[in-house]
Each structure stands twice: as structure tokens, then as C-alpha cells.
Design a binder for this molecule. Sequence first.
Ligand code: SF4
Ligand code: SF4
Length: 93
Amino acid sequence: MHCFFVVKNSFINHFLYLENINDVVNMKKRTALVNREYCVACGCCLKVCPQNAISVNKGIFAVVDRELCIGCGKCAIECPASVIEFEVIEIAE
Ligand code: SF4
Ligand code: SF4
């Protein structure tokens, strides 16, 4: 039971931003975003993604599935071209 609360609190602190703690409709999360112009399609990012949220589109550039992405940052650390950034998006109701 204790571990559940630790994990839950950690998840909220790192990935969810509540505009109003009582208003779950306004939840947001951090997701990765690839700059397609400078991506070299090496595939390093998709090898480390724990969510399998990245694919390399036609061997030209990487694409992140925002629904699967949890914003952990592992892909950005691994990217040799430093073309992965993050943005906060609203989570659908
Ligand atoms: S931030 Fe994490 S979950 Fe999201 S694409 Fe990168 S490695 Fe995958
Ligand atoms: S690691 Fe960086 S350069 Fe390589 S495919 Fe992923 S986003 Fe593109």
C-alpha cells in the first residue's frame, strides 16, 4: 500500500500538472517532441523508450506517439543530435 502511494505521488509530481487539484479535467502531461528537420533517423531513441512510443517514419525522422509517451526523458538523453524537446499538453477527458 505504501509503495502505491509513493509511485502515485512521484507520477503526479513529474508527469502531471494540475491547474486545480479538484479539477481533473484540466490535467496536463509532459511529452517528447522530435525536431524532424534535424533528426538523423539513427534510431537510438526508440531503443531506450520504455513505452515503445517512438517510430522512425520512412527512415527519415523519428515520431513520438504522444498518447504513449510518459515524458521520462530517456530518449532525449540518448539522442546524439539533441533534437528531442519536451512540451506540456492537455490530457483528453
Ligand atoms: S520521453 Fe520517455 S516515454 Fe516519451 S518518447 Fe521519450 S523515452 Fe519514450
Ligand atoms: S536519437 Fe535523435 S537523431 Fe536519432 S532517431 Fe531519435 S530523434 Fe532522431
